[in-house]
Design a protein around this ligand. Sequence first.
Ligand SMILES: *Cc1c(COP(=O)(O)O)cnc(C)c1O
Length: 396
Amino acid sequence: MGKKELETRLIHSYFDRKQHYGSLAHPLYQTSTFVFDDAQQGEARFSGNESGYIYSRLGNPTVSELEKKMADLEEGEEAIAFASGMAAVSGVLIHLLKAGDHILISEGVYGCTFGFLEMVKEKFNIDFDLMEMNSENMIRTMIRPETKVLYVETPINPTMKLVDLEMVIKIAKEEGIRVVVDNTFCSPYLQQPLTLGADYVIHSATKYISGHGDVIAGIAVGPAEEMETIRMTTQKDIGGVLGPFDAWLLLRGLKTLALRMDRHCYNARYVFDLLKDNPNVKNIFYPGDPNFSQHELAKRQMKDFGGLISFELQGGKEAAQRFMNELKVIQVAVSLGDAESLIQHPATMTHSVVPEVERKKMGITNSLVRLSVGLESPKDVWNDMKQAFDKTYAKV
Ligand SMILES: *Cc1c(COP(=O)(O)O)cnc(C)c1O
């Protein structure tokens, strides 16, 4: 039998049920350490002469199960689970970069990824440039002899701008540079960058992978040999490992990823179709919008358009905040990809650390809100927005 479809692989497991009383669901190994038969076995485990678990910072069966599944879903060789998306980002980048190196980043990158790069620039002399990666020539111009990594997020938060992965990967291959893709916004269900030739994929598994808003977690997927190095260096020695129960929750969440993503995408389309005709809305940033500047790229690169919509309201920050305060079904919170619809105001929340000039350049105005469309009835999500629009603009 050939390889099963992604929807099937999301559900089925790697563990041998016979060794676990036939348990249908994943066993949870909530343990810090593993007892050896004797001193000699401990010696053999540490020397690598015998495989087996030692201590949960170095590996845990429940966490391994998640790692095997994520590697499979992203079509990569090996995955490592981390304590957060940021632990995965920093773990991979510390592995790939050393003092004197340079990294090119797609503009609008996740705020803490930017913060991490600023920190390593100052402390460890690793330089970086942010750029809108939409032109092959511009990317080539920005590449220096010291450039080791092209770091891409697509679509980017909150402007939903895309980066053409095939283009970036082609340049990187020609220049001998590694490509790292933060695939958080798509999940492997909508986009699999490794199949296009990217070297590493990173997830904030806190978002769609979990899907239930109850875990902070990260995943990195990449080439086996290097992932093994990461496991034994940046992960083991810096220590941002995922706990077994969080891994168990992610395994549980993954079973419904395909169903959830389909519904997120459907609901976002439903909301967009009504939002686009609303006179109180100025600009909508949604890859599924036929008028979106990169709609064709989105159609080619993503299986569907995702569950995120950003839009500007008439009346600036005051109207945006009033609108958010009137919502009852949609919750005011950062994060995304949860069952609950969530709305946030990037200029004063996720991107408040970015200087205003930079924000303006990226298109993050004070009128902009970002909606993560959840799994509720789309009618209720829209009705909630409609009553909030009515109240917001009645009061003006
Ligand atoms: C949330 C997020 C991160 C960071 O993940 P945490 O799990 O919060 O550490 C990184 N990248 C993107 C695109 C995110 O949305």
